[in-house]
Design a protein around this ligand. Structure first.
Ligand code: 5RP
Length: 222
């Protein structure tokens, strides 16, 4: 197993401590979460079920015998556990590298607590080195791309990729995201954008980071 995988596995294992008896657990998407699902498997009869942020996560949960609930049938999700592509000191995130940002944002918004699990390579001072994913309606692709260029972003169409919701992804390159909340709000104003992969207005509540030696909690900036 690669060093990076070992770190993902370690932080996924640490996240299990935050799952409580009878919880409905929101489950994110990605390779870090895949390890979390493995650790969740032995708890399948202790939790009430899971809400999945993608079809791929749903399939993995079901393959491990974990009951998957529809978000519409659930009124309270005590905890949402998911990875990220970048994390800043305010616990704001870039997400969507795996293209699941819309359902991830919905479940993060619907959950009481969002626990983000990353390895140390994801921690940055300023968001934006990782291209910012946005999910767009197919008919709006060229229009949205032009609007983003006007705002000094460099959009790249993620070709041959369709989201679980039947939409497209543009990845916005070369951005120093100094004001994440403002950028999230501004992009949300462009017609045709369904979801912006910035989790700034609703950041994580806690971020666990694995390094070579241990898993630590990311200290939040004042
Ligand atoms: C998927 C995501 C993932 O959380 C993000 O891409 C991190 O993935 P990984 O754990 O594989 O590094 O946002 O849409």
């Amino acid at each position: 197993m690669s060093n990076s995988d070992q770190k993902k596995q370690a932080v996924a294992r640490a996240a299990i401590e935050y799952v409580e008896y009878d919880d409905i657990v929101g489950v994110g998407t990605g390779s870090t979460v895949d390890y979390f699902i493995e650790y969740l498997k032995p708890l399948k009869n202790k939790i009430s079920g899971a809400v999945a942020s993608s079809i791929s996560t749903q399939e993995k949960l079901e393959a491990n015998g974990i009951r998957v609930l529809d978000l519409n049938d659930v009124s309270d999700i005590p905890i949402y556990i998911d990875g990220a592509d970048e994390v800043n000191p305010n616990l704001q995130l870039i997400k969507g590298g795996g293209g699941a940002l819309t359902r991830e944002k919905i479940i993060a918004g619907a959950s009481n607590k969002f626990l983000c699990i990353v390895d140390e390579s994801k921690v940055v001072d300023v968001l934006g080195k990782f291209p910012l994913p946005i999910e767009i309606l197919p008919m709006a692709r060229s229009f949205v791309a032009r609007e983003i260029i006007k705002n000094k972003g460099m959009p790249v169409w993620r070709e041959n990729f369709i989201t679980d919701n039947g939409n497209l992804i543009l990845d916005i390159n070369h951005m120093d995201i100094i004001e994440p909340i403002k950028l999230e709000k501004d992009l949300n104003q462009i017609p045709g954008i369904l979801t912006v992969g910035l989790f700034a207005e609703r950041p994580a509540d806690k971020v666990l980071v694995s390094n070579e030696k241990e898993v630590v909690e990311l200290k939040k900036a004042n």
